[in-house]
Design a protein around this ligand. Structure first.
Ligand SMILES: [Zn+2]
Length: 409
């Protein structure tokens, strides 16, 4: 049996042109190679799993590939140098995790090794991952070296936290900011992998994976890997993905949201409890509700169709909402999220939050109240809260929202 390789390793790009979703960085870097304007030190920033160390390794290969006479952005990937670098056993390319080698001694060791020329390749390359973890004294020790290293030495720094790196270091590096990979690129990339692996993954399943990867290629492949391994099957459904991510089924989530905006407290609580029994996690659930709210607002604002949720249920909810109404739900969910994270029984807190929001959705809007009072009582309103003649409905609303203010016309 062949050795199982996780997807993120199996499909790790070996050339710059294979890197997904980083067109700008790839183009700039390719130009730097083509024009032979490579710095002594590179700095790659961006969230986890967008290709920082992958690109770092490609550079290391590009500098040492035997097939090319000068550094190249697209190394062959098959010569003995390229192969050794890919397998992390090339003595001139050293990958260091700064999270576990933070001290000045570690850096001094690197510096003292610089006086020896590369033994096999053309360049010695030091890839320092999570470089922001280095101590101040370690950074200071590095400073002079990266300013004027021997011509055969390159440093490549990778970090998720650019702000923690001293400006003196940053200013001496060629900087590349890797962005989150767009939903669209991530979707089409996953579809390609699914085809290559001969898997049968539903469109919904891919969408859920992509949405939960937050623009990280590695995260998306890890979720796909887990699905295939857990269900021991080439077929992956939306339900499977939800189970892996610990997410509530999208369909139940929309039911819950509909009950809430419909102001149906009894049904909302029942749906919530069903979701909980099926293994829904309250903290995740409130995140999911925020996400639904965001997508509703975005969909209304841009007048576009949503690509993520079940179309019919989503449309049904949209019919009941407008942006101010959704904004109010968003605020209440955010406040609810804080409460849930503070208490020892998050599910109870979530139930209270759901009841509160459903109740507020049942209340008529201030405009409606004003219209009703005007029509029913045929009275002129003085909308000053200090006024004793204030309408009882408005008073109720003010009680429900103590921070609310009634503005005079
Ligand atoms: Zn090569």
């Amino acid at each position: 049996m062949s050795e199982y390789k996780v997807l993120s390793r199996k499909y790790r790009p070996k050339k710059l042109e294979e890197v997904v979703g980083q067109d700008f960085a790839v183009k700039t870097l390719s130009n730097a190679f083509a024009e032979e304007k490579l710095a002594h030190a590179f700095l790659f920033t961006g969230i986890r799993g967008v290709g920082k160390t992958t690109i770092a390794r490609i550079i290391a290969m590009g500098l040492n590939c035997e097939k090319e006479k000068k550094p190249t952005a697209n190394p062959c990937g098959i010569c003995s140098n390229c192969k050794a670098i890919l397998q992390d056993r090339f003595e001139d390319v050293l990958e260091i995790d700064a999270a576990s080698n933070t001290g000045v001694d570690d850096v001094r060791e690197i510096i003292s090794s610089l006086k020896y020329r590369p033994s096999k390749g053309n360049y010695k390359v030091f890839i320092i991952d999570e470089v922001h973890m280095l101590s101040n004294s370690a950074f200071n020790a590095l400073l002079k070296t990266i300013e004027e290293p021997p011509s055969y030495v390159k440093f490549i720094f990778c970090t998720t936290e650019m702000k923690k790196i001293p400006i003196t270091i940053v200013s001496r590096c060629q900087k590349y900011n890797l962005n989150r990979v767009s939903l669209l690129s991530l979707c089409s990339y996953l579809k390609k992998i699914v085809e290559l692996e001969k898997l049968n993954v539903s469109r919904d399943a891919i969408t859920i994976i992509v949405r939960n990867s937050e623009g990280s290629i590695r995260d998306s492949l890890t979720i796909l890997d887990q699905c295939v391994l857990t269900f021991n099957d080439k077929n992956v459904s939306a339900e499977n993905v939800n189970q892996i991510i610990g997410l509530t089924s999208q369909s139940f989530l929309l039911d819950l949201f509909f009950n809430i905006v419909d102001g149906d407290i009894v049904k909302a609580v029942k749906t919530l409890k069903d979701i909980y029994i099926k293994g829904g996690n309250p903290k995740q659930l409130i995140e999911d509700l925020l996400n639904v709210t965001y997508n509703l607002i975005a969909s209304i604002a841009a007048n576009t169709n949503n690509e993520i949720y079940e179309k019919e249920k989503f449309e049904l909810i949209i019919k009941k909402c407008d942006i101010p109404f959704l904004n109010q739900i968003w605020q209440m969910l955010l406040k609810g999220k804080e409460e849930i994270n503070r208490v020892s029984h998050p599910m109870e807190a979530l139930e209270v939050v759901i009841i509160r929001i459903s109740y507020s959705c049942k209340l008529p809007s201030v405009e409606e109240v004003v219209r009703n009072i005007k029509e029913d009582n045929k009275i002129e309103l003085n909308l000053n809260p200090e006024n004793n003649n204030i309408g009882t409905d408005i008073q109720k609303i003010l009680e429900a929202f103590p921070e609310g203010k009634v503005l005079k016309n």
